[in-house]
Design a binder for this molecule. Sequence first.
Ligand SMILES: *Cc1c(COP(=O)(O)O)cnc(C)c1O
Length: 375
Amino acid sequence: MGKGFLRARAVDVAALARPEVMRLVPYVGGRSLDEMKRQYGRTDFIKLASNENVLGPSPKAVAALRHAIGETHLYPEQGYPVLKAALAKRYRIKPDQVVLGDGSNELLVLACEAFLRPGDEAVIADPSFAVFAHAIEAAGAKVVRVPLRDWRHDLPAMGRAVTRRTRLVFVCNPNNPTGTMVTRRELDAFLRSLPGHLIVLLDEAYGEFASDRSFPDSLSYVRCNLRVLVVRTFAKLHGLAGLRIGYGLAPAPLADILERLRQPFNVSTLAYRAAIAALADRGHERRTLAMARAGREALARELGRLGLTPIPSQTNFVLVDTHRDGKAFATALERRGIIVRPLGHPLLRRCVRITVGSPAQHRRLLAAVRAILFG
Ligand SMILES: *Cc1c(COP(=O)(O)O)cnc(C)c1O
């Protein structure tokens, strides 16, 4: 054994990391209000970039947080029984079919860690949520991308992309960043067509926002013990994005695998207590859904009137083809105090993703869009 430790330089650590880690790039989220304030020196920005809840957190969750804040010296309650029971009751399943995550993103990562070996494959739609490919690659597996068709998951093509090495298939429904959905019939037929050696992960971060009657009842798959992991979040509907809490719903043996893998206290006391209160606040849920559903229609209509092409959405955001460079368009909006999300994907270079806001925020946004388009 040599004595090189003191001579080795920090840059050499890359040679020690797993090669798949060195191929990753850090996830880049929407720009924050603080960042804008630093860059532009103004505080009146509106953020429509990350699909957060424009109504803010549930007031009941805020009250629960106030109560819980004096208990943050204590670890959270083992196993999170109260929230699990509440989720189980809402979805008519058993508490052992619920697993909580440090954001729903953690559950995506845990699923990849649990089921993907180096050389395995995972099928995703393209474009879809960027975290999928990141988590798959971090696990050392191969990402198999299947292009969207008419902005929607092409489930038959995704089925054809499945091989003996496939262990996970991701269906983001409704899809981020397009806002589109697949129907119950389409998903039923897809599941029937698949072989038995894989797990289907249904990311329903925006599931509650869908108003189309043909939206799948994914819990029916869980109740009849299909190998399906449904992932939902408190980040969007309940306005708790900053607390980081999401949940997975799956047959007990599948939930148990993720339970083994998760860190002992992956959900903080604050997130746990706030989520319990938020889940009981049906009024805040109703107001959020009403605002998003009416707002996405109004926003799409107005953007269409200005000559842009919005994609019909089942979520709390609208993807819009600006017919010009999306990044430049987003920067022009930024100079007018509005943050939206340009998309790096080659097929979406002309698009921006806009979170549905309040009527007042839409008025400001549309005035800014008019100024950009017509000077
Ligand atoms: C926002 C979002 C999530 C939520 O992630 P959290 O970790 O719960 O904040 C998950 N999936 C998709 C597709 C999303 O857009």
